[in-house]
Design a protein around this ligand. Sequence first.
Ligand code: CTP
Length: 227
Amino acid sequence: MTAGPTREPFDPARFISNPSTGRMGFALAAEAIRRGGEVTLICGPTHLETPPGVHLVRVSTADEMFRAALNQAPGVDLVLKAAAVADYRPEVRSPGKIKKDVLLADRAILLRLLPTPDILEEIGRRKKPGQVLVGFAAETGDLEANALRKLLKKNLDLIVANRIGQEGEGFEADTNRALVIDRHGKKTDLPLMPKEAMAAAILDLAEPLLAAGAGQPGGRSTRRTAS
Ligand code: CTP
């Protein structure tokens, strides 16, 4: 499992990030442990307490999360990719703090941003038989169309799509509301509920896929979860 934001620094005092708190990913990790899973949680900077029993791997940047996730992915049955990964990072990372008095006359700073690797897309490319991949989609536009596009592009089994910028769901909220779509196009509406209840609802949808995957030729039989 992955959780939280990533930080993309351009000097030791400044970075680009997003408002993710990691609550959804941590709730998923706690719920998977409760159900008997063996959980590795790769998380960006958060202030949340680690759920007992979870193997926590702390990272900061998208590149670090990429390496940690790709390292864990081949050995797990279920990937839950709840992290809000920064899509861009500053091209240059100054080793010293950029001082105001050396900036341009108009005091503007120009940051060139380069894309970070898409972690989930790479895991989808390398997906093993029987593995179940669950992605998330944070949207402000057409929820269903964007979620379906990401489901196919990243070779997912399930996608959990939610709106950002709305009261009670998405970043920084204690609750969430989501549209879940599986690879056959089956849709499930999860109404507004606490993130802990949402975690249980998501695992209720993922568990049958996991059981089906374990029965596939080459499918894994042990239960390990990486979110
Ligand atoms: N994701 C990832 N690596 C990235 C970006 C996203 O693994 N560099 C994963 C997220 O963890 C999530 C899913 O991909 O499970 C969708 O993330 P989202 O931010 O909604 O969409 P993007 O694919 O980044 O596309 P866009 O920003 O255009 O909406």
